[in-house]
Write a protein that binds this ligand. Structure first.
Ligand code: AGP
Length: 605
């Protein structure tokens, strides 16, 4: 996820671009850049690794005059965060400058073909191929050239381009990455998100997939990809800027929860080939995974909970011995790690001190290492032998939501990949089911009103228990952590079968017990435990698969997730638990995005 902003009009473009980028910085902050087309017909560029403040410092008081330009703030996916990989990008002759948000899946092949035709690449990004492809369109008008280039692209993109041959024109294209056009008087704007341009205009055209647009000072014209003109209804935005940064939501957390269908798509994009029945993780090509003896997944907090799901799948699907370990404990246990083992460090930030220390400890003992992280350029990203990025986009709320589900999907793909390498059969239909997850998540999240009402009912409880077995227990742990960290309610998760060994003593009339019951093989057993607590007066809220009508007989309330393969159910089961925590925290008047005593990234031991 990156941020794009563009301007064409009669004002100086640079200040508008920089201010827009600051408003988009939540979308990515590892590097930033601008390109302004100057009066002399030259494209002047400034780009830098780091934040917008670093870019501002780099530009200093220097004026970059010109009333048309594009800007970008980056969240690295292809290529490390450095000056060269920062956008805008150019082809060989510097005629075009382009910025891009998304992932061009076939960039490696395009790059090879372009290189064979003599193009010289300056960056490691997927984006740069677009600038070189534009050059190959000869003297065509900029819009037509961009339309033809997009014919070659597979994947997701929001693109903005300027050309020194057409000084008053800014063109854009959208496919599965957000892009809006702001319509002004004698000036036009483009951005990945409304806040970037809200200070200048409240008239917004939301582009759709397959749209291209040509912006000149006097007009914003939208076309379908085949060149047919199309009208997009203007939206008049009433929100203030602060609300707009959260997409109109009250908190980043709910915005991030609701982004998960999109994140599921991004995490699996280009990594699943349903026709071939295969998972592709080229990032791991340099490791000899077929012969790995033992896996150690190391992480903290929510990422540790994702690791528990990963462990179950790596053992269950790939049949590789896997341990799941807490980062802060690992290095003090004289861990049994040796050459031939693989250590997988899971971390949203890539900067958690305990997880980094665990990775170093594993490496010291001879293990190869993989980082599963959301932040390219982070310490883990730099130190691991290989990196599987989680592609959730920047997560701002302290309580992790979309990074967690992205982690469990990434670990699921890893389990399938290892199963392939080891020649193990994978259940038929699982890959197709993974592709259906975004639609199912959308459906589930649309029922949030029901969960908000439930949250209102439990918001004053003294204790809340979460029970489940197998994968359901792993998700129960995440559900209780979410509730604790933002609602400050006391919550505890336990394997359902453990209740009778002690915790049952705490069950008294009215105590809420959330029972996760999505795993068919364990369903009868969990129902038995629900009956135990209900007999002692607990208020049982069951979460099961759609169509499990029998659950209603054993629970006081039932929340259903769409019917899904058990192995990948956690990605859906956790959604109502995230919403429950969120709405309970809101009901209690807490600062949801910045809970007391907690920090987003724990960089100390
Ligand atoms: C999750 O909601 C918490 N913010 C916390 O448990 C977090 O997962 C933990 O600190 C690990 O962070 P990391 O994923 O950035 O390593």
């Amino acid at each position: 996820m990156c941020g794009i902003v563009g301007y064409v009009g009669s004002e100086e473009a640079l200040p508008i671009l920089l201010e827009g980028l600051e408003r988009l910085e939540y979308r990515g902050y590892d590097s930033a850049g601008v390109a302004v087309l100057g009066g002399e017909g030259e494209i002047l560029v400034s780009k830098r690794a780091g934040r917008i403040v670093d870019l501002r410092r780099h530009i200093g008081d220097g004026v970059v005059p010109g009333s048309i330009g594009i800007g970008h703030t980056r969240w690295a996916t292809h290529g490390r965060p450095n000056d060269e990989n920062a956008h805008p990008h150019f082809g060989c002759d510097g005629r075009y400058a382009i910025v891009h948000n998304g992932i061009i899946e076939n960039y490696a092949q395009l790059r090879e073909e372009l290189s064979a035709r003599g193009h010289i690449f300056r960056s490691e990004t997927d984006t740069e191929v677009v600038a070189h492809l534009l050059e190959e369109e000869g003297d065509r008008r900029l819009l037509e050239a961009l339309m033809r280039v997009t014919d070659h692209l597979h994947g997701s993109y929001a693109l903005a381009a300027i050309s020194r041959d057409e000084p008053g024109t800014l063109v854009v294209a959208r496919e599965q990455s957000p892009l809006v056009v702001g319509v002004g008087r004698g000036e036009q704007f483009v951005a990945s998100d409304i806040p970037a341009i809200l200070r200048h205009t409240r008239e917004i055209l939301i582009l759709e997939d397959g749209d291209c647009a040509q912006l000149t000072a006097g007009a914003a014209e939208v076309f379908r990809h085949d060149g047919t003109p199309v009208e997009r209804e203007a939206l008049h935005v009433e929100w203030d800027v602060a609300a707009a940064e959260k997409g109109g939501h009250d908190h980043f957390m709910i915005k991030e929860i609701l982004e998960q269908p999109h994140v599921f798509r991004e995490t699996t994009r280009g990594r699943i080939d349903v026709t071939a029945g295969r998972v592709r993780l080229p990032e791991l090509d340099g490791l000899d995974l077929a012969t790995v003896r033992r896996l150690h997944i190391v992480a903290c907090g929510t990422s540790y909970h994702a690791g528990l799901v990963g462990r179950a799948l790596l053992e269950g699907i790939a049949r590789v011995e896997t341990r799941s370990e807490i980062g802060s404990e690992f290095r003090y246990q004289n861990p049994l790690v040796e050459a031939g083992d693989l250590l997988i460090a899971v971390s949203q930030s890539g900067e958690t001190a305990d997880t980094i220390a665990a990775l170093r400890e594993g490496r010291r003992r001879g293990a190869k290492t993989i980082a599963v992280t959301n932040v390219r350029g982070s310490s883990l990203d730099r130190e691991a032998d290989a990196v599987l990025p989680t592609l959730a986009g920047p997560e701002i709320a302290v309580a992790s939501s979309k990074a967690y589900t992205s982690q469990i999907l990434t670990l699921t793909l890893l389990a399938l990949h290892m199963a392939q390498l080891r020649g193990r059969e994978v259940r038929a239909g699982l890959l197709e089911e993974l592709m259906e997850l975004p639609a199912k998540a959308d459906l589930l999240l649309s029922l949030r009103g029901e969960i908000e009402a439930l949250a209102g009912r439990i918001a004053q409880a003294k204790d809340i228990f979460y029970i489940g077995r197998g994968l359901d227990y792993a998700v129960a742990l995440e559900g209780q952590l979410k509730l604790k960290e933002i609602s400050y309610l006391h919550a505890e998760a336990l394997p359902a079968g453990e209740l009778k060994h002690g915790t049952l003593a705490l069950i008294e009339p009215g105590v809420p017990v959330i029972a996760l019951c999505t795993q068919q093989r364990l369903r009868e057993k969990t129902i038995g435990n629900m009956t135990e607590v209900r007999a002692r007066g607990a208020h049982v809220i069951a979460i099961g698969q759609a169509g499990d009508v029998e659950l209603e007989r054993h629970a006081d309330e039932v929340l259903s997730i769409p019917d899904v393969a058990e192995e990948i159910a956690p990605a859906l089961t956790v959604l109502p638990l995230q919403l429950l925590a969120y709405y309970a925290a809101v009901a209690r008047g807490n600062d949801v995005d910045k809970p007391r005593n907690l920090a987003k990234s724990v960089t100390v031991e």
